[in-house]
Design a protein around this ligand. Sequence first.
Ligand SMILES: Nc1ncnc2c1ncn2[C@@H]1O[C@H](COP(=O)(O)OP(=O)(O)OP(=O)(O)O)[C@@H](O)[C@H]1O
Length: 314
Amino acid sequence: MTPGHFVSFILYQMEIGGYVQTLVELHMDLIESLESADKVFEYMDHKPSVLCGDLAPDQLKGHVMFKNISFSYSSSPDNKVLENVSFEMKPGSITALVGVSGGGKSTCVALLKHLYEPQSGEIFLDGRPLKEYEHKYFHQKVAVASQEPELFACSIQNNITYGLDSYSEDVLQTAVKQAHVNSFVHSLKEGYDTDVGERGGLLSVGQKQRIAIARALLRQPQVLILDEVTSSLDTESEKMIQTALACFTTQTTLIVAHRLKTIEGADQIIVIDKGMVSEKGTHMELMENKGIYYKLRESRFNEDNNETSQPSEK
Ligand SMILES: Nc1ncnc2c1ncn2[C@@H]1O[C@H](COP(=O)(O)OP(=O)(O)OP(=O)(O)O)[C@@H](O)[C@H]1O
């Protein structure tokens, strides 16, 4: 074999090797695609774990009642997350859920959002179990503004009106005013046309949360859930939300709060501890009780003061 033949032979082998490698890659891609398709079919076959009915009344007052709710997640059935939880939210009132981490506040919210069915007890909306309501109707009437709102890389206006085919200009104006979006948008050169960037990255946490609240209010829900919406707010946004809460009288509001100062004006504060309602009352009543709420407030007050008085580490 001449050196020329040898080189040709090696190149030929490499070409064959390339084909084999391509075939192997194609085979792997095919396996991955089949696995993905399996997941899609599995998802399509998945039966929803919550029940829905066809109830969709023209009028809804927004009266909420948790009655003897006990609940465990299916992934850890032995861990009773809520035990015999009962409380009532009157139409147009503000209820704050507070308590130490892991107490069960977010689980109460998840149950009110009807993401799960409790193992025992029932949640009622205007006297009817959640499971009797029509799915789309229920999610229009019960809206959530969460701690980490999903914002899209488009204008502030489009982020607020996202997903709505139509809306009234009046309602939009009321929503942005109530959520105190106006106050920061007016200082932006392009106002409501300002692009918020990928995942809203060009806005502060407080601004994002105010947009999330406006988005929820625009849907004119009868029940509004503010899920940990105040946990990482700057002082200005905290004050804004505190003022905004005072205007929330047309819907029933449930707020899960870390910043206890924000919810001082709530009609009732419910302390959830180890899955149970341990205290219930107004801010003044709970402060006089000198129980868990009082201690939480003291410790958070000290934490906040320490944070502001500590020199920041570089
Ligand atoms: N999806 C889940 N699957 C299994 N267990 C969960 C799930 N979510 C929460 N838990 C458990 O339920 C208990 C209550 O958690 P939950 O998040 O409701 O408390 P929380 O009071 O909202 O806490 P935090 O203030 O930290 O958000 C905890 O023991 C938690 O580990």
